[in-house]
Write a protein that binds this ligand. Structure first.
Ligand SMILES: Cc1cc2nc3c(=O)[nH]c(=O)nc-3n(C[C@H](O)[C@H](O)[C@H](O)COP(=O)(O)OP(=O)(O)OC[C@H]3O[C@@H](n4cnc5c(N)ncnc54)[C@H](O)[C@@H]3O)c2cc1C
Length: 538
């Protein structure tokens, strides 16, 4: 490939959003598209097997393996912050849970002034993306690129968790993405035929051989190039080889919530003082770039199980392990086809909440360290995630070197309400564990343990052992105020031919998981890009 080439569109980042964009923008055959991905291709087996989730946590080839800066409200801990680094991005290493968020989330985005982003506006894009194995209805789509499936095997512990939640008074809910989110049930997953449906598999694979799509992996975008206020191309590195690509129509930044603001800051768009301190020429003083980082924090309780029926047992026991391999090889079923977390309950922990404010879930394994070895006993975990954190942080580059990780400051638990909600949520979680259906499987609460029984002790446990569920957003926030980075058409304010389309544009995190909403954003963003391209041609 020559060191300088021209395209209509350049997409930086082949993640959840980038792969959707690459497919949709090349569909008509009219536009030449370059897709740049910092990570390698997605050939590794574990990227396709659902259980591979656990194997990729610390794999530096496919995962950026970031950690946050010390978090003041978490006893100064550095919290892990994994991100996918391969075709499919984080959708290639994530937990596969398919949850869109609440209708009220998107209606709130609209209330904040973002025309076109109410739930009624975005629902068609969720449906367009989806190939739900249950078929189409008012809420769901069938025939779209993204495989969405039910769990293939209903594990007895997950079934017991659902029953226990019902015993605590929460309704059964068989569709968290349907009419209402509240209640307990099995999650649907981004899977097809027992394999992970990452956006690389769902969107990029069918588009890969189109003559108008060029994919360059192991290509790190280092700078967006400008003529005045117009983006004209991207400078990137392949190994030590510096290359330039020109974009006749648009540059689309889709590097995710940590790397999109990093690339804009490296390109001179960001807080002027920060850029000057690192010797980066300021193109525009945009204090909102990297600001307002919003993420889901969670707490987990580790339980010892009475029976050897957890994933911990299957991993340690030769017979169970061999059975799991065979089940998967022959039928694409069993532990290998199971997402990390297979059932949950959305509920209101604080009585004042209008809609569920926490997501409780059950994981069929336990591990002292997230991403570490499974515990050497029959164990599983129940978790409680704060759905609408008020705490906000930021992402700032630490160096003008694009290969240096940015400083990630989520500011977990900074807001009083976040702390109160999680303490209340963990108490509900314990009630679910004590309900008869689940209690009969539990030998003891291993962590934090019965001695941790006051609100203060629980909060201390949450601070010292809580973590993220990897849903950072809002660092290139869509909005109408002076710190918003993109407008409702996802164009960087004050610039031409430059958009950000990925999870970083969410005005605030959705009350659920973020992959589905990111794919929706990319589907909608692609339509906007193509509409604008048509307007220019006519
Ligand atoms: C471990 C984990 C578990 C998760 N579990 C779930 C879950 O179960 N359900 C759910 O809904 N969500 C889950 N998420 C979150 C969800 O996957 C993300 O919100 C979503 O994938 C974000 O999409 P994105 O397009 O914004 O970014 P990403 O998918 O992260 O894509 C960004 C891409 O850009 C590339 N890139 C970055 N910078 C550059 C550069 N300078 N040059 C070239 N390429 C670059 C990256 O390598 C990456 O491939 C999880 C995330 C993680 C990490």
């Amino acid at each position: 490939m020559p060191n300088s080439q021209s395209f209509d569109f350049i997409i930086v980042g082949a993640g959840s959003a980038g792969c959707v964009l690459a497919n949709r923008l090349t569909e008509s055959g009219k536009h030449r598209v370059l897709l740049l991905e910092a990570g390698p291709s997605n050939r590794h087996l574990w990227l396709h097997i659902p259980l591979g989730y656990g194997k990729l946590f610390t794999n530096r080839r496919y995962n950026w393996c970031y950690t946050t800066e010390p978090q003041a409200e978490c006893h100064g801990r550095n919290v892990i912050a994994p991100r996918g680094k391969t075709l499919g991005g984080s959708s290639s290493i994530n937990g596969l849970i398919y949850i869109r968020g609440q209708a009220e989330d998107f209606d709130h985005w609209r209330q904040l002034g973002n025309a076109g982003w109410s739930h009624d506006d975005v629902l068609p894009y969720f449906r367009k993306a989806e190939d739900n194995e249950r078929g189409a209805n008012d809420h769901h789509g069938a025939g779209g690129p993204l495989g969405v499936s039910d769990v293939r095997d209903e594990h007895p512990l997950a079934a017991a968790f659902i029953e226990a939640a019902q015993q605590c008074g929460y309704p059964r809910n068989d569709d968290f993405n349907g009419a209402a989110q509240e209640g307990a049930g099995f999650y649907q997953n981004t899977m097809r035929g027992g394999l992970r449906s990452s956006t690389a598999a769902a969107y990029l694979k069918p588009a890969r051989w189109r003559g108008n799509l060029t994919i360059v992996s192991e290509a790190l975008a280092t700078r967006v190039l400008f003529e005045g206020r117009r983006a004209t191309g991207v400078e990137y590195l392949v190994g030590e080889d510096k290359r330039i690509a020109h974009a006749g129509a648009e540059v689309i930044v889709a590097g995710g919530a940590f790397n999109s603001p990093q690339l804009l800051q490296l390109s001179g768009l960001g807080p002027a003082e920060l850029l000057r301190s690192l010797g980066i020429p300021v193109v525009a003083d945009l204090p909102g770039v990297g600001d307002a980082l919003n993420d889901h924090y969670f707490a987990r309780i580790i339980l010892r199980c009475r029976e050897p029926i957890t994933l911990n047992d299957a991993v340690r026991n030769w017979g169970q392990g061999a059975k799991a391999v065979l089940q998967y090889a022959l039928f694409r079923r069993g532990y290998f086809a199971m997402p990390a977390i297979s059932a949950g309950c959305f509920l209101r922990a604080l009585p004042s909440a209008g809609t569920p404010d926490v997501q409780c879930s059950i994981a069929l394994y336990s591990a002292h360290d997230i991403g570490g070895n499974l515990d050497p006993f029959s164990g599983f975990m129940i978790t409680c995630t704060l759905l609408r954190p008020e705490s906000r942080g930021h992402v700032h580059i630490k160096s003008a070197d694009p290969r240096q990780a940015p400083a990630i400051h989520p500011n977990y638990l900074a807001a009083h309400k976040d702390r109160d909600t999680l303490v209340a949520g963990v108490k509900v979680l314990r009630r679910i564990a004590q309900a008869p259906a689940l209690a009969r499987h539990i030998a003891e609460e291993f962590e934090p343990g019965a001695a941790c029984d006051s609100d203060d002790a629980l909060l201390d446990f949450i601070r010292s052992r809580g973590s993220t569920v990897y849903h950072p957003v809002s660092t290139c926030r869509m909005g109408q105020d002076s710190k918003a980075v993109v407008d409702e058409r996802l164009k960087v304010r004050g610039f031409e031919h430059l958009r950000v389309i990925d999870a970083s544009i969410m005005p605030e995190v959705v009350s659920g998981n973020t992959n589905a909403a990111t794919i929706m954003i990319a589907e909608k963003g692609a339509d906007m890009v193509l509409e604008d391209a048509r307007r220019i041609t006519h």
